[in-house]
Design a protein around this ligand. Structure first.
Ligand SMILES: [Cu+2]
Length: 455
């Protein structure tokens, strides 16, 4: 996000660069970036990502092994592909996502003075910030391309811009096995861990942390952290209110604005397109004075947008057409998402989640038509009733930023994101201790008594 021009970074330059690279931008910038081109798509069901060593990430955790390939583009920046998780005890990796990336950062000022599309217009992906060792604690820094605007001709130079590390995430669980009938009850408590992958990309005064957490229980959490500095030229309260962030209250009022962030997820559960299901939980009445609720399932067979809130307690999952867990349940991946500050100002922000039929030329939630004639402009236009043979999920999370004194300076990070959680990928949690991986603890607990429990 920026208002006016940032010194040394003319908007026109960035725009031109974006369009020049447009043919390649959708997928990769191999010639300039000196990073390997995206390999051909792996055969359906192929367990291991077919990427070169330098572009592969593999991390063994207590609950399993995460594998994926990565590259960067001028627009979305970091793109993750062929993401698989091999839960502990599984013989082979389980494919989750064919690709995953940011799909837009749309920033609109309340006074209508500025509206930005940071991916497609500002080529956010061209401007990763160099990271130092301490910016990537305990991890490994990888080289990615950055456009050098100071050069006579815009060109890429390689910087340490991608961090791959691990981090504690607090309790994975805490329980007592006596509750499920273990003869000698035992406290089970463990701390969880994440594989954490991120870049920091600048869009003028703002820096965005583009981060992906892969947890040891199989959960994926994409999130974007906005930091940097408030726009120096937007302290005029021209939205009619603003927020006083200087001394007193008469002036220095920062104009409020929205950050609407989209992600694009190309699911490939067990290596093939999945099917989409929607779940709604509704208050149905009461029994003995206590409210009753009922959850229903709807198959989403055609392109559809939907909302998580406030009326419906609604969520979606992408179900594998091929794979089942050891309990015979179809594997699936659930969107854990809500959009509490939804922006109503543009058609592409209408829904919290969109499921659209895969099309190669539908890559950005807005500004999609910047990359070729005839391309639909935004995700709202992608919705035209087609059968969902290969669903793409678009996740929209809004944030209305009303500045505060503490936003100066630099501004503390504000996060927006969601999760993709495993649902029935394995018969029990991949973090379940080995001694509890027994039939009597799977399903309704069987209280067998001490003798039989020892068998
Ligand atoms: Cu902001």
């Amino acid at each position: 996000m920026r208002t006016g021009q940032t010194p040394g970074r003319a908007r026109t330059t960035r725009r031109t660069a974006a369009l020049a690279a447009s043919a390649a931008a959708v997928l990769t910038v191999p010639a300039l970036a000196a990073v390997p081109a995206t390999p051909a798509a792996a055969a359906p069901g192929a367990p291991n990502p077919d990427c070169r060593t330098s572009n592969a990430i593999q991390q063994t955790m207590r609950g399993g092994v995460w594998r994926m390939c990565w590259h960067t583009t001028s627009t979305a920046g970091l793109v993750l592909e062929d993401i698989s998780f091999q839960p502990k005890g599984e013989a082979k990796p389980i494919s989750v996502l064919k690709s995953a990336k940011l799909a837009q950062i749309h920033v609109a000022y309340d006074n209508a003075a500025a509206e930005y599309e940071d991916l497609t217009e500002m080529t956010l992906g061209d401007y990763p910030e160099p990271l130092r060792g301490k910016d990537c604690p305990g991890g490994t820094l990888k080289k990615i391309p950055r456009v050098d605007d100071e050069a006579d001709e815009p060109r890429h130079k390689m910087i340490n811009g991608l961090c791959v590390t691990t981090a504690e995430r607090g309790f994975a669980y805490h329980g007592n096995s006596g509750d499920i009938g273990e003869a000698t009850d035992k406290k089970d408590a463990e701390q969880g861990q994440d594989l954490v992958i991120y870049t920091v990309n600048s869009a003028g005064y703002y820096h965005y942390i583009n981060q992906w957490n892969f947890s040891d229980d199989g959960t994926i959490t994409p999130k974007a952290g906005a930091t940097g500095n408030l726009s120096p030229s937007d302290f005029d309260a021209s939205d009619g209110q603003g927020w006083p962030v200087g001394k007193g209250g008469a002036k220095d009022r920062a104009v409020s604005h929205h950050h609407n962030i989209f992600w694009r997820l190309n699911f490939g559960p067990d290596g093939a397109p999945g099917r989409v299901e929607q779940y709604d939980t509704k208050h149905t009445g009461s029994k003995d004075g206590i409210p009753t609720y009922r959850t229903s399932r709807t198959r989403v067979a055609k392109e559809k947008g939907g909302d998580t809130s406030p009326k419906a307690a609604r969520w979606w999952r992408v179900v594998s057409k091929k794979g089942k867990n050891a309990d015979g349940h179809a594997r699936s991946w659930e969107l854990v998402h809500h959009n509490p500050r939804k922006y109503a100002g543009r058609p592409f922000t209408k829904y919290d989640v969109y499921f659209t039929q895969y099309k190669k030329n539908e890559q950005y939630a807005s500004g999609n038509n910047d990359f070729g004639r005839g391309r639909p402009a935004h995700v709202g236009k992608f919705l035209n009733g087609e059968q969902l043979k290969h669903p793409i999920a678009w996740v929209n999370v809004g944030f209305h930023h009303i500045a505060r004194d503490e936003d100066q300076t630099p501004m503390p990070v504000h996060w927006q994101g969601f999760s993709v959680a495993p649902r029935d990928v394995t018969a029990m949690s991949p973090l379940t201790p080995d001694r509890l991986r027994k039939p009597q603890y799977n399903g309704e607990p069987q209280f067998l008594g001490e003798e039989s429990a020892r068998r």
